[in-house]
Design a binder for this molecule. Structure first.
Ligand SMILES: Nc1ncnc2c1ncn2[C@@H]1O[C@H](COP(=O)(O)OP(=O)(O)OP(=O)(O)O)[C@@H](O)[C@H]1O
Length: 284
């Protein structure tokens, strides 16, 4: 499904949570939506899911606004950081409700994940630990098989092994059947390799939309004697640099062949390092 975000602004009383944001997500991919606290990620995801309306502009999914639009909302599954389910429901009834709501629901996958995460189908939501409640959210998000599945920091309380299970199954499912997955996270180093496209919000504005491969290919680290590196980077877009004992390493955007031709050492930067830096820097 194609998502067009057209000049979306959202104002809460005196806060502009989103400020004239426009972009297009044209195909099923795993998108990383990044930004520091309060950047507007959750607000965007709620508008995309049709839960709230923009103050100005609109989000269109295949040309239609998702707000109050059942045909579209049954194609979108938003899993939030917490409070996804009514506290008095039993797990098995949560699953029944979502199975009824989503035409694409995969019960076999839901059953497999319930076993994988060791959840008791008869337990009530209010009896779950934070990690178990997160696991239930992840199960619903994955088993919904919704063409647009959105995970907004979905793993509070989950340990590293349980998070890895989530990433592995997400990738397995995605490889079997592509869908649009939008992932907001602060654990960038854990998930950055999954992203195919990255969007960065800062203070309610979109400051970057980039293919992950292009990020991988266009940034590099150049090292050598401080004076040589300093000369080389004079006309380059420098992300960061550090010096030690007469040697300098700089992270630079551009084509690393130029650095090699200048007799310097150049190598790619791990994408997670770059994303963490960009998010911190853009939000600073
Ligand atoms: N319901 C609301 N009422 C008033 N202000 C709100 C509301 N929801 C969000 N905001 C404000 O809008 C801004 C964007 O918040 P949002 O939750 O969208 O950011 P975020 O990027 O998801 O942040 P985080 O990473 O901390 O979850 C913040 O300043 C927040 O305080």
């Amino acid at each position: 499904m194609k998502i067009d975000v057209e000049h979306v602004t959202k104002i809460y009383k005196d806060t502009k949570a989103l400020d004239d944001v426009s972009f297009t997500l044209s195909e099923p991919k795993i998108y990383g939506l990044l930004g520091r606290n309060g950047a507007g990620k959750t607000t965007f995801m709620e508008i995309l899911s049709g839960h709230i309306l923009a103050s100005d502009g609109e989000v269109l999914i295949d040309g239609e606004n998702p707000f109050d639009n059942q045909r579209l909302t049954e194609s979108i599954c938003l899993i939030k950081e917490g409070d996804n389910f009514k506290k008095d429901l039993k797990i098995k009834n949560v699953l029944r409700i979502y199975a009824y709501f989503y035409p694409t629901w995969d019960q076999e996958l839901a059953d497999e994940l319930i076993r994988e995460y060791n959840l008791n189908p008869n337990a009530k939501v209010k009896a779950l630990s934070k990690g178990m409640a997160s696991a239930l959210g992840i199960i619903v998000g994955l088993a919904s098989k919704a063409p647009i599945t959105i995970f907004d920091e979905p793993y509070i309380g989950l340990d590293a092994a349980a998070r890895k299970t989530f990433y592995d199954i997400l990738l397995e499912e995605y490889q079997a059947e592509q869908r649009t997955i939008i992932f907001s996270t602060h654990l960038i180093d854990e998930v950055s390799l999954m992203f195919e496209e990255v969007l960065i919000l800062q203070d309610g504005k979109l400051v970057m939309q980039q293919q992950a491969d292009a990020l991988r290919d266009n940034a590099y680290a150049v090292s050598g004697a401080t004076k040589d590196v300093e000369t080389f980077i004079e006309d380059k877009e420098v992300i960061q640099s550090k010096q030690l004992a007469g040697m300098m390493t700089a992270y630079v955007y551009g084509n690393m062949e130029q650095a090699k031709s200048a007799g310097l050492t150049a190598e790619g930067i791990p994408i997670q390092e770059l994303m963490i830096y960009l998010t911190e820097n853009k939000g600073a």
